[in-house]
Write a protein that binds this ligand. Structure first.
Ligand SMILES: [Zn+2]
Length: 78
């Protein structure tokens, strides 16, 4: 029995992609949404743009939590 092949989608056939944040249509080469201003990645086979990871926001949040914990320890745990 032959192996079942996944249907391959040629990403070059896409001319638009959908913003995963506000569901508006963008051109396939856009890396930022015109409507909501969020960064979007390349188009996926589903026709949606990939969500990009916002590392700066993650690092800022992690630093804020760490600072809070250090402050908490400094203020109450000594
Ligand atoms: Zn958007």
């Amino acid at each position: 029995m032959a192996k079942k092949k996944k249907p391959k989608v040629d990403l070059k056939t896409f001319t638009v992609k959908k913003c995963p944040y506000c569901y508006s249509h963008l051109t396939v080469n856009a890396n930022r949404c015109d409507r909501c201003g969020k960064r979007v990645g390349p188009v996926e086979s589903s026709g949606w743009a990939k969500k990009t990871v916002d590392w700066k926001a993650y690092i800022t949040a992690a630093a804020a939590v760490t600072l809070f914990l250090v402050y908490f320890w400094w203020a109450f745990m000594r």
